[in-house]
Ligand binder design. Sequence first.
Ligand code: ZN
Length: 243
Amino acid sequence: MTGAHVGALPVDVHLPIAFGGIRVSIAASAMRPSTSLLGNRRKIEDMTKVPCKTCSEMILPTTAAINDGLCMPCKGGYRNSMEESKRRNEREAAHRQTPTYRHWTWLVQQAHGDGIGFATLSEENKLFFAINTLIGEVYNGGFHQYFGNSASDYYDKCIAGLHQIGAERSLALLVEAAKAIWGNEPVPKSQAARLEKLNDDSWLDASVLDRLDGLDRAFWKDEDGISSLASEYRVRHNIDYGF
Ligand SMILES: [Zn+2]
């Protein structure tokens, strides 16, 4: 917040003007004082900026005068949330530079993008990917969403993976969710076949949905610490090496 426009029109403002019955826009720049005058005025304002009483951000005296010495974010009470979101953005930007993140992006491309495909991944990568897509889907929309999505194309790998990392509670919940929908039948490999069952209201009644809902909630309790177990597996097998 520079406050540079106090008393002057913002450069990009277009004012609607009635012109021969047709409304046209004329840039405010066409009507303001010559740029050199304005430039001089800006320079003077810059030199006389004063620090905000709270955060020391340099602000215009006019801003300070109307805000009791505070910058707009401090006056409005959103300085802390601005700083927090700035720090969050910085953390996220830093995370995008890590091997862990680049490895994950690569896995997603292999499975869904125009990469060489899931089938050619190493076994460790397959299990790691299958576990993480389960986590993503169930936290986002529960087991119903997981089974309706392509993530559960890798159901068998997910079962094997959860067993490998020792997430036994999550594994039991996943198997129970599959049972709630398919009974003792295997989970269909194709998404179309799974969706056919999931979209069939003739059997998918409130009691099934309640059961799935309870399983979602139990999964969200995260008794295994499933993400940590998955991360430990990644580290143990060094699958993001070189990314
Ligand atoms: Zn401030």
